[in-house]
Design a binder for this molecule. Structure first.
Ligand SMILES: Nc1nc2c(ncn2[C@@H]2O[C@H](COP(=O)(O)OP(=O)(O)OP(=O)(O)O)[C@@H](O)[C@H]2O)c(=O)[nH]1
Length: 213
């Protein structure tokens, strides 16, 4: 569909990538999900009352490694969610590895926003990754955000995260579509500015002349 936003969800196996995508798109949690190297879901969602055609691709670990060879991959995505589970240290290290890879590879696409999302926050009693949660969901460096959620217990937090990401993508897209600002007809500026500049220049001569008298 024209104007479709494409978000990819990356991360180690079993961290809840499918659960997060399904939770956001349907509001439901199913406990067991089919394990596939790559799943794509398409749906129109509404953000701030605006209909947004959305495609979410959930990519498994072995497929990410293949994708990293593919230089075209980042050209085609609008936003990235990197998921780890807060009770799985290795999944966090894997997610960090993806973020570092993205930093290196996406240099020409530095505007692609990335969310680092710690899932399974309902398992905080067996947490082994420090909390990354930020209540206000503020972007760092304008294109990076880290927070946590639980696909098993609630929809609100996941919806917030995706909405913040979609808003950021739309903002970027709208600003590139906006026509360039009209430059002033006169390269020197408006008549008022020109008059003020001339007056300033002449006042120097007047002062110099009076001081020699
Ligand atoms: N406690 C808890 N379990 C979760 C949560 N999200 C997902 N799970 C469970 O974690 C397991 C893996 O979830 P998936 O969504 O299949 O994970 P995935 O990352 O897509 O896994 P792959 O398809 O193997 O890459 C399932 O048994 C889910 O029920 C969560 O927020 N809390």
């Amino acid at each position: 569909m024209k104007g479709t936003i494409h978000i990819v969800v990356l991360g180690k196996e079993n961290v809840g990538k499918t659960a997060i995508a399904v939770r956001f798109l349907t509001g439901r949690y199913l406990t067991e999900y089919a394990h596939a190297p790559e799943m794509t879901y398409e749906r129109t969602v509404h953000v701030d009352g605006r209909p947004v055609p959305l495609k979410i691709t959930d990519i498994s670990k072995q497929n990410i490694e293949q994708k990293s060879m593919n230089k075209e991959f980042l050209n085609k995505v609008d936003g990235i969610v990197v998921v780890y589970a807060i009770n799985d240290r290795l999944s966090f290290e894997f997610a960090e590895g993806i973020c570092n890879w993205l930093k290196r590879e996406k240099k020409p696409h530095a505007h692609v926003p990335v969310v680092l999302l710690g899932n399974k926050s309902d398992l905080s009693h067996i947490r082994c990754v420090n909390s990354q949660k930020v209540e206000d969901l503020q972007w760092r460096n304008d294109s990076y955000l880290a927070t946590e959620c639980s696909a098993s217990t609630e929809t609100v937090e996941i919806t917030k995260v995706f909405n913040v990401l979609i808003r950021k993508i739309l903002e970027r897209r709208d600003s590139t579509l906006r026509p360039p600002r009209k430059l002033s007809q006169n390269p020197l500026g408006s008549p008022k500015v020109i008059r003020a500049t001339i007056k300033r220049r002449f006042s120097v001569f007047t002062r110099e002349r009076t001081s020699t008298m």
